[in-house]
Design a protein around this ligand. Structure first.
Ligand SMILES: CSC[C@H]1O[C@H](OP(=O)(O)O)[C@H](O)[C@@H]1O
Ligand code: ADE
Length: 294
């Protein structure tokens, strides 16, 4: 039975495809913001619709700074997603979060600086709240699914989003630990901010691959070390997605208790007569609902 969930998955490093799905088809979607990282895999499982986007493209040709985050989120919205779960490789900033563990993130610190961070701007200004940047309901479901898949999961954690592409210096890594951050990655910002602007409930699982460079008992992170753990994590990630879908197939979808699907109703500030028609037409997918009512 279809329960009206359309689950979007953004797969990070090491997760470029999901096998074992029904009716898989890669579909090209263009957006007013440009092209997303790749085609989107449309498929089903247990009667639930799934839309999968490999964040860096198949073959990992795109670096974190080069991703078109706006196109990715807009394309997932156009693909009909009701909810968006990201799966990301991360470094650990805490002893207790070991390589192989998953962390269901609840907060972010955004240190990225070379990226387009909003769909809005001159001609239509909006300020959404990201005090609680993650959909609690989806985070809860993701935690349960990872546990069902046999993964060690930590619920809650602050994700430090850095620009990259270089990994951190030791001074930076120690500073982020002092700030209370738990994991570090390069992609979940501005992704989470844009998902909120697009009224899409978003959650993210950080799949720990390394201890970055602060831990005296472990070597400094490098791509070879990340990939070694990633290969094992990717299988666990696929199992997590499948068990999440199985669970969703037993649940009727209701609107997010946090009001995420209507949050633009209290965010758009530009008077209707001052709005730029060109920008409004680009906002058709992400803000069409809210703009048609104000
Ligand atoms: C290959 S290690 C660095 C790379 O992995 C993470 O990407 P993603 O979040 O898409 O899994 C990290 O943010 C960097 O982009
Ligand atoms: N240590 C690290 N820093 C930034 N991004 C990462 N992705 C995986 N490990 C990472």
């Amino acid at each position: 039975m279809q329960k009206d969930w359309v689950l979007g998955i953004i797969g990070g490093s090491g997760l470029y495809d999901i096998d074992g799905l029904d009716n898989p088809q890669w579909v090209d979607i263009e957006t007013p913001w440009g092209s997303p990282s790749d085609s989107i895999l449309f498929a089903e499982l247990d009667g639930i619709k799934l839309r999968f986007l490999p964040r860096h493209g198949r073959g990992h040709a795109l670096s974190p700074s080069d991703l078109n985050y706006r196109a990715n989120i807009d394309a997932m919205k156009r693909a009909g997603c009701t909810d968006l779960l990201s799966l990301s490789a991360v470094g650990s900033l805490q002893e207790a979060y070991a390589p192989g563990d998953f962390v269901v993130v609840d907060q972010f610190i955004d240190r990225t600086f070379k990226r387009e961070k909003s769909f809005f701007g001159k001609g239509c200004v909006a300020h959404v709240s990201i005090a609680d940047p993650v959909c609690e309901r989806l985070a809860e479901l993701a935690e349960k699914a990872a546990k069902t898949a046999g993964v060690k999961v930590h619920r809650g954690g602050t994700y430090l989003a850095m620009e990259g592409p270089q990994f951190s210096t030791k001074a930076e890594s120690h500073m982020y630990r002092q700030w209370g951050c738990d994991i570090i990655g390069m992609t979940n910002m501005p992704e989470a901010k844009l998902a909120r602007e697009a009224e899409l409930p978003y959650a993210t699982i950080g799949m720990v691959t390394d201890y970055d460079c602060w831990h005296e008992g472990h070597g400094n992170v490098d791509v070879a070390a990340v990939i070694a753990v990633l290969l094992k994590n990717a299988e666990k990630a696929r199992d997590t997605v499948k068990s999440l879908i199985t669970h969703l197939s037993t649940l009727e979808r209701t609107p997010s208790p946090q009001g995420i699907e209507t949050n633009l109703d209290v965010a758009i500030i530009t008077a209707p007569e001052k709005r730029d028609p060109k920008l409004l037409s680009k906002l058709d997918a992400v803000a069409g609902r809210a703009l048609s009512q104000s």
